[in-house]
Design a binder for this molecule. Structure first.
Ligand SMILES: NC(=O)c1ccc[n+]([C@@H]2O[C@H](COP(=O)([O-])OP(=O)(O)OC[C@H]3O[C@@H](n4cnc5c(N)ncnc54)[C@H](OP(=O)(O)O)[C@@H]3O)[C@@H](O)[C@H]2O)c1
Length: 290
């Protein structure tokens, strides 16, 4: 898009690690001016060093997507430095693992504050100028969990379903202004998100081991382990799909990443819910008790 306008500016949230970092590097290598946002000063410094070594047009900035002031300051800084934001990539996220009943309301809110309200916050900060310029792309890093829901991932999956609904609305609302919203739906990719999931699940350890859902948790962990073993897709593969979505003259509404994403997309269209539920229960060893 807008190739004639020269260098495109990209703002990526949660770009200090995992999928966001891989996208930041690939986009900078492909001529974009990249602003890579994140909270950790240490990880930002590492990425700055890497970008300097590779002589990339990539600079990091501090941004906590859960904080209004932090988001506004970061977005203003990008406008000061670059004048425009051509592409926003809403990528920052984390995954809580707990059953719907076990998870505290505080953790439900934390899950949504980052994965959903954070996305709304950054999008609202960037939209006025994109809309006025009648140009721009908003890339939403959703998940196959925005399509189907494994056990113990209700909160994460609900936050990604919410992101899907938000993006569906944005596609219509921004149609008159030629701003495009594109969903990226990866399956399991090994990054730090799995480690963070283990950390945030610490308060649930007793319930995980000996609560009424102990067998559900056990099935869920073994399903996750098997996904990890089978996972061949890398963050760089995901970054290439993001680049494709940014460059496509007429982008699709959604792009799957990983073979699981492709299978699920068709399964959702062709199979009844009961068949998909049975597949998920088999994969996660969920059966009737007693
Ligand atoms: N990996 C997968 O299998 C997978 C599959 C489907 C979808 N996704 C989605 O892909 C996105 C990236 O995940 P990932 O796998 O790359 O995870 P990751 O390696 O843990 O990276 C997450 C990034 O988000 C940032 N972040 C977390 N909370 C933040 C906050 N409040 N404000 C700003 N930044 C924050 C982290 O940076 P700081 O700590 O520096 O803030 C980090 O850079 C997420 O939205 C995730 O749901 C991942």
């Amino acid at each position: 898009m807008d190739a004639e306008r020269g260098t495109q500016t990209v703002l990526i949230t949660g770009a200090t690690d995992g999928l966001g970092k891989a996208a930041a590097l690939l986009l900078a290598e492909n001529g974009f001016r990249v602003f890579a946002a994140g909270r950790s000063a240490e990880k930002r410094a590492q990425l700055d060093t890497l970008a300097n070594e590779k002589k990339l047009s990539l600079e990091t900035l501090g941004m906590d997507v859960c904080d209004d002031g932090s988001v506004q300051r970061a977005v203003n800084l990008v406008y000061q430095k670059a004048g425009t934001i051509d592409v926003l990539i809403n990528n920052a996220g984390l995954a809580y693992v707990a059953t719907v009943e076990d998870m505290t309301m505080e953790d439900w809110r934390r899950q949504f504050e980052t994965n959903f309200f954070g996305v709304v916050r950054v999008t609202q900060a960037v939209l006025p100028k994109m809309r006025e310029r009648r140009s721009g792309r908003i890339i939403m890093i959703s998940s196959v969990s925005g399509l189907v829901t494994p056990p113990t991932q209700g909160a994460y999956s609900a936050s990604k379903h919410a992101m899907e609904g938000l993006s569906n609305a944005l596609r219509h609302e921004l149609y008159p202004f030629e701003v495009k919203t594109i969903l990226i739906e990866p399956g399991y990719i090994v990054t730090n998100i799995q480690q963070t999931a283990v950390q945030v699940a610490q308060p649930y350890q007793e319930k995980i081991k000996s609560g009424p859902y102990a067998k559900v948790y056990a099935g869920s962990w073994s399903g996750a382990k098997s996904s990890r073993r089978k996972s061949k897709t890398t963050p760089e593969d995901c970054a290439r799909v993001i680049l494709k979505a940014i460059r496509a003259p007429v982008p699709q509404a959604r792009y799957g990443v990983t073979p699981l994403a492709a299978t699920l997309k068709w399964a959702k269209r062709l199979l009844p819910d009961s068949a998909i539920d049975a597949m998920i229960r088999r994969r996660y060893g969920i059966m009737r008790q007693g």
